[in-house]
Design a protein around this ligand. Structure first.
Ligand SMILES: [Ca+2]
Ligand SMILES: [Ca+2]
Length: 576
């Protein structure tokens, strides 16, 4: 009996190895092409050649991306040349593939659907996309992975992914994948083999990783603990913090690490530019020291495969904890302090958190994050797929929705916009499915429309028009977002600059900061109040600056006369 199960386990291993060696081949090819690059010289030369290439790519991208900002009402004479830099600072668009765009009429969004909509994404001014999980899985959300080397069959094929990557790169868009390594699906071969092995183990016997290495891949215990579930027909239990069908991996296991490295190498070899690390604070529950070590190991490995590799991690926690995770040396953590319905962005848009306070928070992030990782790139966002939509939080107030988007687009680092935010889509209640509804391309043309998660509630409608109508309406939320992204793409200092507050001009809903990047300084002037204000710049640190661009709710002008800046309600002015 024991031998039979042991053989089964070994057979599973061999099957995995065969797959790995098959998949590894592609990775090896890529490894060879990296080695080929190395032949031309040391890393510095390689970086120089990348830079030359980047400059050519920059020019192409700068000519095409988000070319017409669109303006309404008053004349807007401030449109600037685009200055898109080809580095890890990006404007990211988060896509739930299932609900985005369906290319083949089965009602489920897919990779080819994303490819077909890259022109839309680029036209908006995004130059990075984060795809929520795309690997083979048993659920609509796909956070329970059964095979890390396969594209989920609902989403398409490996070739579709290769095509998507190629089309992204042609447009200067980088593409990052959701990498879920806190847990697998309970149907993953590693887990089913481990459970079969434990089933045949005599009572009281200790598992032997020589016999079945997969027992070391998960957290098994012979006692019931919190968040542990029983392995059927045994006295063994496994950890499953999120769900019984998502067993937690043991990321300190060396053989598992080697497998994860091979998986990473495969996707990086295919051209993936980064990973979004799911559930990083749960790798080892309540153990930030171990978790930062795990992130550091994985990031260093990915960097060894691609020196430009990007990583952003989900540490859903307060600012101090997020800061601690920057000790991992990985570039980005999502800024949860700013996010969600009680986060600082939504509150600032609503008027319950003042601009001057928001500036203090910006300075605090800058100090605290840089203390742990001087090369940090903040990752601000308003909401994501786990949160109620911003339209619900702001009671469908179009002005407040614009303000939230405008504030986001002036923040340092990489802003992430959850698909649908740019058209003010709705969610309902707390059910996850209701936060991930079909993107509303058109109310009349059903082409590409998805049916959405089957357990979503019916009849949830958006207070705002579809993409098609909003594109045609210069006063829409969509066109406001587009102008905000345009400003960001005109002013690289917004993402990269070091912030200083102009204290003398920060008061309540009025606030002024400068951002300095390389040898260039710009100022950002905020009016988050519902009233027009006059900001007297005379004698301030920015009194010699001129208007460089601005965001107003409905196309109203911002003027500068005799050192006094006149700003309408809820507006933002960039000066230089
Ligand atoms: Ca489809
Ligand atoms: Ca865990």
């Amino acid at each position: 009996m024991k031998n039979k199960k042991y053989i089964l386990c070994m057979l599973g291993m061999v099957m995995t190895m065969v797959c790995m060696s098959g998949c590894g081949k592609a990775a090896n090819d890529i490894q060879e092409s990296y080695e080929e690059l190395e032949v031309h010289g040391n890393r510095q030369e390689k970086e120089e050649s990348t830079q030359e290439h980047s400059q050519a790519a920059d020019t192409a991208v700068n000519e095409t991306a988000n070319a017409v900002g669109g303006w309404i009402g008053e004349e807007y004479p401030y449109e600037q040349e685009l200055q898109i830099v080809d580095d890890n600072y990006r404007n990211y668009y988060e896509i739930f593939v299932y609900s985005f765009y369906d290319s083949d009429g089965d009602g489920i969004g897919d990779l080819n659907g994303v490819t077909q909509k890259l022109d839309y994404i680029q036209d908006m001014g995004f130059n990075g996309i984060w795809l929520m999980p795309v690997f083979q899985s048993t659920t609509y959300h796909k956070y329970d992975i059964t095979d890390y080397m396969q594209i989920d069959s609902e989403y398409g094929s490996t070739e579709d992914m290769q095509n998507l990557i190629e089309e992204c790169h042609k447009r200067g868009i980088r593409i990052i994948l959701d990498f879920v390594m806190n847990h697998t699906s309970s149907q993953h071969l590693w887990f089913t083999q481990a459970c079969e092995y434990l089933e045949q183990l005599p009572r009281g016997a200790e598992p032997d990783e020589q016999e079945c290495p997969y027992v070391g891949y998960y957290h098994f215990a012979n006692e019931q603990k919190q968040d542990y579930y029983q392995v059927k027909n045994t006295d063994w239990y496994y950890e499953g913090v999120f769900w019984s069908e998502m067993p937690d991996l043991n990321l300190e296991n060396e053989q598992l690490r080697a497998e994860l490295e091979q998986i990473a190498s495969y996707w990086i070899g295919m051209g993936i530019d980064g990973f979004r690390m799911d559930a990083a604070m749960h790798f080892e529950e309540n153990d930030a020291t171990t978790n930062t070590e795990i992130l550091n190991w994985f990031y260093e490995y990915c960097l060894s495969q691609n020196p430009d590799f990007y990583m952003v991690s989900e540490v859903w926690a307060n600012e101090a904890t997020v800061a601690d995770y920057y000790a991992s040396g990985t570039p980005s953590m999502f800024n949860f302090d700013l996010a969600d319905k009680e986060g600082k962005l939504i509150k600032a848009a609503r008027g319950t958190y003042k601009a001057a306070n928001l500036v203090q928070s910006m300075l605090k992030y800058q100090t605290d994050f840089a203390a742990k990782n001087p090369d940090y790139i903040d990752a601000p966002f308003i909401t994501n797929h786990d949160m109620g939509r911003v339209a619900n939080a702001l009671r469908n107030d179009p002005d407040d929705l614009k303000m939230a988007g405008g504030l986001l687009m002036t923040l340092s680092g990489n802003p992430f916009v959850y698909y649908g935010e740019e058209i003010g889509m709705s969610s309902a209640g707390t059910k996850d499915e209701n936060k991930r509804l079909p993107f509303i391309w058109s109310d009349t043309d059903t082409a590409g429309m998805t049916k959405g998660p089957k357990d979503a509630d019916a009849g949830i409608t958006s207070a705002f028009a579809d993409v098609e109508e909003q594109q045609a309406d210069l006063d829409s939320i969509l066109n406001y977002y587009k102008r905000a992204l345009r400003l960001r793409n005109e002013n690289p200092e917004l993402a990269r600059g070091t912030i200083e507050a102009v204290e003398t001009l920060c008061d309540g809903h009025q606030a002024v900061i400068t951002k300095t990047w390389e040898d260039s300084t710009i100022a950002v002037v905020y009016n988050t109040s519902d009233e027009a204000i006059e900001v007297n710049l005379a004698g301030s640190a920015i009194d010699s600056m001129a208007i460089r661009g601005y965001l107003t709710l409905h196309g109203e002008a911002i003027t500068l006369e005799n050192g006094v800046l006149t700003m309408p309600a809820q507006s933002i002015c960039i000066m230089k």
